[in-house]
Design a protein around this ligand. Structure first.
Ligand SMILES: [Zn+2]
Ligand SMILES: [Zn+2]
Length: 136
């Protein structure tokens, strides 16, 4: 165990693992997530900026949830979330489909399957609209 300062409130706490924030802040962020989730259920396709303003949450936090695959953008855009490997705009997570495949192939070269046709492309839309990703 390690004693560190909470990244959110600066308080010292016993750090075990995961995000470097204390339990109080974790709880607050969790409550905020539920608010944003409710908001998105009532306002599907709201933009990231709008969600941030109307729910008093930072764009950074929303992007964090998208990285964690708890939220998903309805269409990728260059000012939204980018693949950590190749920089291509993506809807959720850390990597684009191509890079995900590459990583997966690296792990399981032996189980390679022929490629299936890609999903049809969605209409271009530069606003970071989102919907709630219900994958529990
Ligand atoms: Zn804290
Ligand atoms: Zn990529």
């Amino acid at each position: 165990m390690e004693i560190i300062n909470c990244r959110e409130c600066g308080r010292l706490f016993n750090y075990l693992s995961g995000p470097r924030i204390c339990d109080d802040c974790k709880k607050k962020i969790e409550e905020k997530f539920q608010e944003v989730k409710d908001y998105l259920e009532k306002n599907p396709n709201a933009s990231v900026d709008k969600i941030a303003t109307e729910n008093d949450v930072t764009v950074k936090q929303i992007k964090q949830w998208i990285r964690e695959e708890r939220l998903i953008l309805s269409s990728p855009s260059p000012d939204g979330i980018l693949c950590e490997k190749c920089g291509k705009p993506i809807c959720t997570g850390k990597l684009c489909d191509d890079c995900k495949k590459e990583v997966a192939n690296g792990f399981q070269e032996a189980f390679k399957k022929p490629e299936v046709a890609a999903e049809p492309k969605r209409k271009k839309d530069n606003k970071n609209r989102m919907r709630f990703l219900d994958n529990k």
